[in-house]
Design a protein around this ligand. Structure first.
Ligand SMILES: *Cc1c(COP(=O)(O)O)cnc(C)c1O
Length: 384
């Protein structure tokens, strides 16, 4: 074997021994919530398509029409020739929903954070991140070359202490956090973080990947708790409740103009395919108009948490922390035998010792199936 293959094989064997090797399982989605795996039909509680918009006829028709009109791919980055007319329409819609002057769309949410953070932050700067923030915030901070410090989860006093100690020795400071935490489902205290940022002349970035379409009347986590929080950098993804693919930043015109000039993941990466952009516009139409639909995922999640006396759901995501990795994998297999797809989430996605089942609820989940899932989890996993 070559040294490269030897390296890869050894690394895989070591991960396998710790139950941390990951494998892809072919899973065909039938509609918003039912999937086919290994010849069996399962009800998925592991999909972020919270409003089932990936399957909505308006969204699908918009994508098909855009393919016919503009083609399957963009052909270049937007600064070259990839800036087809649908982009401006989508960015106007996003800015309107988030109540900002302007917006910029990226290839994905992950690429958005890499580009945003590395454009705004440099060597003499500081990035403060909530310790449970998504991998792409940490990756963006690393790419920026600035100093990164983490504050304890949702702990304003810890963030304040770090600012008091480190603010003066850095030119610029960015505070970055998930708005809805992707593996915990809780909300960040965005109003408090906004006030803290202003006191210390820091810039607040919230990652609303799991908020748009689901909390704050569909506008996202920045609007979830008593009015709009003052967040100058609202990023998020079009890949979850919006049902398609792509990332975005909503911000002031100056910031967006700088991002479009300098963010490497924007400048040097091909524009999103036209059908994807058209699908996102159609999905935003629905999110803006159908308040009953956007309220449903949280209603379903709350129905589940109240059945099991768990902490009341704040978003469509509900974690059931089991701790041990092998126990969690076994629990996931047990639920699969019962007809449910509930993925096990392990380190390094979550901290060591906090392996968990992560359940996501969508507008279309049948109440009777939620009740059956809750009963099985209550009887077999939560009694000790
Ligand atoms: C999923 C996710 C992303 C990445 O978005 P993609 O569009 O899937 O790349 C970023 N941040 C958070 C918090 C996420 O959960």
């Amino acid at each position: 074997m070559s040294s490269l293959d030897t390296y890869a094989a050894k690394k895989l064997a070591a991960l396998e021994a710790r139950h941390l090797r990951r494998t892809l399982v072919e899973t065909a989605r039938e509609d918003g919530i039912w999937v086919q795996r290994a010849g069996r039909k399962l009800l998925s509680f592991s999909c972020n398509d919270y409003l089932n918009l990936s399957q909505h006829p308006n969204v699908q028709d918009a994508a098909i029409a855009a393919i016919r009109e503009h083609g399957a791919g963009a052909g270049a980055s937007r600064l070259v020739t990839g800036n087809h007319p649908l982009y401006a329409a989508l960015e106007t819609r996003l800015a309107r929903l988030k109540q900002t002057e302007a917006a910029c769309v990226f290839g994905s949410g992950y690429l958005a954070n890499l580009g945003i953070i590395s454009t705004l932050i440099g060597r003499n700067d500081l990035v403060l991140v909530d310790e449970l923030s998504h991998s792409c915030i940490l990756a963006g901070a690393a790419l920026s070359g600035g100093k990164m410090l983490t504050f304890r989860h949702n702990n304003i006093e810890d963030a304040r202490a770090l600012l008091t100690q480190h603010r003066a020795s850095h030119r610029h400071v960015l505070i970055a956090t998930d708005g809805v935490f992707s593996m915990d489902g809780d909300l960040a205290p965005l109003h408090e973080l906004a006030a803290l940022s202003q006191e210390h002349d820091a810039w607040l970035l919230s990652d609303d990947a799991h908020g748009i379409g689901v909390v704050g009347g569909g506008r996202g986590s920045g609007f979830a708790r008593g009015g709009k929080a003052d967040i100058p950098l609202q990023m998020g993804t079009l890949s979850k409740a919006v049902g398609g693919y792509g990332g975005y930043l909503c911000a002031s015109q100056f910031v967006i103009d700088l991002i479009k000039t300098r963010a490497r993941t924007f400048v040097y990466s091909t524009a999103l395919p036209p059908p994807t952009v058209a699908a996102a516009i159609a999905a935003l139409d629905i999110i803006e108009q159908d308040a009953a639909l956007t309220a449903k995922p949280l209603q379903k999640a709350k129905a589940f948490t109240s059945r099991l006396n768990l902490r009341e759901a704040e978003s469509a995501i509900v974690p059931i922390v089991l701790g041990d990795t092998e126990t969690t994998l076994n629990a996931s297999r047990m639920l699969e035998d019962e007809g449910f797809l509930v993925s096990a989430i392990r380190p390094p996605t979550v901290p060591n010792g906090t392996s968990r089942l992560r359940l996501t609820f969508t507008a279309a989940h049948p109440d009777a199936e939620i009740a059956r899932l809750a009963a099985i989890i209550g009887e077999r996993l939560l009694v000790h």
